[in-house]
Design a protein around this ligand. Structure first.
Ligand code: GTP
Length: 300
């Protein structure tokens, strides 16, 4: 079932609020605040599909609220339709320059407002879909490298801020070139998809973020885990791939498709950059593959 679109009205005029609510009521979820300054935090969490903002409220806060909404990363992407009692071109230009998607003057025609809101919601829906497609890997449906890098960087920043442990784990499918050569590239794709799903299930059960790092490698990012837990997680990832029992008769190490895992682990107060940590994890992966030990952790 499709989720109802959520529209948030910021307006201190109860009559305006009622008129807007009547226009928008069908199949849409409405929230309302008469106090623009107190609702900013709520908007960051609830992330409505559209905000209708009266810029000429009694306290004159409207334009600065618009500025705040467009400055904050948590609300930046939410389209804002400005409603205003001012017909001044200067005010209209100001609203649009500050990032509003539309500027509607009072008194407004309900049919026009309804039609404009519908169009902005349709654009928002398309933008959301494009953003999703731009962050998902087409073959495995996992977060792609761009999204993964963003998630790893933001997790690293948080770990640095509170001095907690940080781990990057790289998981690589063993002898995959040989797999492709033996079974064909299409079967290779199918195998990568199944391995990705198995890893994702194991990661999701433990609330861990996983993405496709490159062709045959996946990356997980872990915060606040000690070495023992990381080893347990690595074992669980191995078990989930082994349980697939995808034949790989050309592999010199296992009759089925297997993975090797390397990790970079910083126990406390990490000062390294993400690139250095990935290099450490990659070196650990190379050791794991060489020693056929399946897991190797580079720890500092
Ligand atoms: N089917 C398929 N193959 C891919 C994809 N991405 C990368 N590959 C292949 O994966 C293979 C990876 O080869 P290598 O990096 O040499 O890895 P390997 O065969 O595991 O060799 P070692 O690292 O020495 O174990 C290459 O042949 C790539 O063409 C993909 O999306 N689908």
């Amino acid at each position: 079932m499709q989720q109802a679109e959520h529209i948030f009205i910021i307006d201190d005029d109860p009559i305006n609020k009622m008129v807007l609510s009547n226009i928008l009521a069908e199949g849409q979820r409405l929230s309302h605040s008469a106090d623009p300054n107190s609702c900013l935090d709520e908007l960051k969490i609830s992330k409505p599909d559209l905000i209708i903002l009266d810029v000429l409220m009694a306290d004159g806060a409207g334009f600065s609220v618009l500025e705040s909404l467009k400055r904050d990363a948590g609300t930046y992407g939410i389209p804002v339709v400005v409603i205003s009692g001012s017909v001044s071109f200067k005010d209209e230009a100001r609203g649009l320059e500050l990032g509003a998607v539309d500027y509607i003057t009072k008194p407004f025609n309900p049919l026009i407002v309804k039609a404009r809101i519908k169009n902005h919601l349709a654009i928002k829906k398309k933008n959301d879909l494009l953003e999703k497609l731009a962050s998902i890997d087409g073959l495995t449906e996992l977060p792609n490298r761009r999204y993964l890098d963003e998630a790893m960087n933001s997790a690293l920043e948080s770990a640095k801020a509170d001095g907690s442990a940080f781990t990057v784990m790289l998981v690589e499918v063993d002898y995959f070139k040989t797999f492709n050569e033996h079974y064909g590239y299409m079967h290779g794709d199918d195998c990568l998809f199944k391995v990705a799903k198995a890893l994702e299930e194991a990661a999701t059960q433990r609330s861990l973020f996983i993405g496709r790092f490159d062709g045959t490698r996946f990356a997980l990012v872990l915060t606040q885990h000690n070495i023992d837990v990381i080893n347990e997680i690595a074992e669980a990832l191995h078990t989930s791939v082994n349980a697939l029992k995808i034949p790989h008769i050309a592999s010199p190490i296992c009759a089925h498709v297997s993975v090797s895992i390397g990790a970079a682990h910083i126990e406390t107060h990490c000062s390294s950059e993400l690139g250095e940590l990935i290099k450490m994890a990659d070196n650990a992966l190379a050791v794991a593959q060489k020693q056929q030990s399946t897991v190797f952790i580079n720890a500092l």
